[in-house]
Design a protein around this ligand. Structure first.
Ligand code: SAM
Length: 327
């Protein structure tokens, strides 16, 4: 069992398959990275991902989510997905949705039932501005394709002040006929993403926007949930808010992360990383490293800052950019 010093049991692993992405969302993928930044990345190979994941699973991990960068741009993504599907875990994926149609059969073969798709705007032009690519209609079509094939679909929306908060009610309106869960994510600080507290549209502000148009009720919450879930009256789908910045949910955290270069992070905001891939390649036992990394987890937000209400000074946060961690 992977337990930390605050008695939190960890059963959820997020694995980044690649630090590359076909989109250019600046809150995730900084434009001002030095040339050749990616060159030193030594990726875990498919059999290494499988071996490392197996050790996590033998020690209590019951859910693995694949992420990135964009996991589906990796050429051997299907091979990795199918290898991991042999493990006794619930397998899920977070994607920008652009290549989903090419992977539908792989998802089915791998027993993936839950797909999180990122979409920050329902307006094609605005989505192009945010992502740097003209992909909006393809992503919406792929969400429909997933629903038609009975996948559970969650739509991730990073809400940023003066960027897309005016679409909150449109996203909730989308849940009237579609059985999706729209998840509004507060904008978080990572290396190079020019975060500032005044760009965060908080949990409270999101609910105030929803209040303007809908009556809704809260759905049951479990300790490990990162999202507080709601349902507007009479809607088929639901909406949820991930309030990392205004109301962190660290006390119930059950998550661990593995970057594409095989470093383990015990928190999205952890300063320290443990080189699991390096140890595996040297033929060392990786379990003691994993257990120690879990034990060392800080109580909240990687020990690096406080909630946005305390106006954190993010200049001192030591972390990668989101695209290099794996969201
Ligand atoms: N490429 C995939 C995608 O677009 O979903 C997976 C990786 S992406 C890093 C995972 C999630 O992190 C996405 O929903 C994205 O919107 C979210 N994300 C990235 N940077 C973020 C930030 N600064 N604040 C909040 N959420 C962020």
């Amino acid at each position: 069992m992977l337990k930390d010093q605050f008695n939190r049991v960890h059963n959820y692993l997020r694995i980044s398959l690649t630090e590359k992405c076909n989109l250019r969302c600046t809150y995730c993928n900084p434009v001002d990275l030095p040339k050749g930044y990616f060159a030193h990345f030594d990726k875990m190979l498919p059999h290494e991902i499988e071996q490392i994941a197996a050790v996590f699973v033998q020690n209590g991990i019951t859910k693995i989510r694949l992420t990135g960068g964009e996991p589906l741009v990796r050429k051997d993504a299907a091979d990795i997905i199918l290898r991991l599907s042999k493990l006794p875990v619930k397998l899920a994926i977070t994607t920008n949705g652009v290549f989903v149609h090419d992977f539908l059969d792989t998802f089915k073969k791998a027993g993936i039932r839950s797909v999180n798709v990122s979409l920050d705007s329902l307006k094609s032009t605005r989505n192009h501005l945010i992502t740097g690519r003209d992909v909006h209609s393809g992503v919406v079509q792929n969400i429909q394709l997933l629903l038609k094939n009975n996948f559970e679909v969650k739509v991730n929306v990073v809400v940023m002040k003066n960027v897309n908060e005016d679409e909150i009610v449109d996203f909730v309106a989308w849940t009237k006929e579609e059985p999706i869960q729209v998840r509004f994510i507060e904008f978080m600080p990572f290396a190079g993403n020019h975060w500032s507290s005044d760009k965060v549209f908080s949990y409270k502000e999101i609910l105030e926007k929803v209040d303007e148009k809908f009556t809704y009720y809260q759905l049951p919450h479990q300790k490990q949930d990162t999202a507080l879930k709601f349902k507007a009256n009479g809607h088929r789908g639901t909406f949820a808010i991930i309030s990392t910045m205004s109301q962190p949910f660290c006390s119930g955290c059950n998550r661990l992360r593995l970057t594409t270069d095989g470093k383990m992070k015990n928190c999205l905001f952890s300063k320290t990383e443990v080189d699991i891939l390096g140890a595996l390649r040297k033929g060392e036992d990786i379990l003691p490293l994993i257990s120690q990394c879990v034990w060392d987890k800080q109580e909240s937000l990687g020990g690096q800052f406080t909630s946005v209400n305390g106006k954190p000074d993010v200049r001192h946060i030591e972390n990668r950019s989101m695209i290099h961690i794996g969201g």
